[in-house]
Design a protein around this ligand. Sequence first.
Ligand code: C5P
Length: 286
Amino acid sequence: MSVTVRVPAKVNVQLAVGAARPDGFHDLANVFLAVGLYDEVTVTPADSLRITCSGPDAAQVPLDASNLAARAASALAARHGIAPDVHLHIDKDIPVAGALLACDALWGTGTPREDLLALCAELGSDVPFSLVGGAALGTGRGERLTPVEVGGTFHWVFAVADGGLSTPAVYREFDRLTAGARVPEPAASDALLDALRSGDPKALAASLSNDLQAPALALRPSLAATLAAGTEAGALAALVSGSGPTTAFLTEDAATAGRVAAALTASGTCRTARTAVSPVPGATVL
Ligand code: C5P
């Protein structure tokens, strides 16, 4: 017996970052869109907690107790007073919310949705959104979600860079770049929310923003060439996705997305580029 959960990737269409808080985190206004590029996690009963991983970045994924999917299984097991004895097989990225949902289904623990969301938030600020999917505004450190209305399907291209970019390092670079300046309270942009509601890609392209883009580019200047290659190939807008190093390109329609993806792959400025639509549902048991 096994359970497989599919978890969508996400893009931040607005990421407004406030000043560093006493706990080191930053208050955010983070507008998430779930996109149709998926990671999968499969859980199977085992003698003890065991993790395996496949995919191009598998070598970088820790397979010990520090693995976030393993921590998700352990946290859920602890909550129910059971042993986390499962084999977790992860395809590509680490779908933390997927590990929780898959273990809850395998163990029949029937954890209430709000408890799953609280466990997700403990495991990472962005994790609750991958459970919820669709489109949402994240406030606090990004974990407090309010649904956002979307009036159509948006067509994206994502360019994957070689190697990672540390999220804490990007936030530290944000602090360095804004040192001495007054950092405004982060707030969702009305123009952006209107654009999402209208479903108009041109309006959305005009209102995309990411306060982590400048720090990500400062740490990884080569991303500027990727952004330029996508724009030259016909994307309506290009931006760093979250803290990077993935870059996102909004396009007018599916055909343009295909052409932009091909041009990005051929440009030599990224490892690979893939098309995806948004919004899509959150973590789903298959
Ligand atoms: O919540 P998560 O574990 O994903 O955060 C990783 C790191 O990113 C944090 O340790 C912190 O340095 C930074 N971060 C932040 N403010 C947020 C979210 C993340 O400073 N709202």
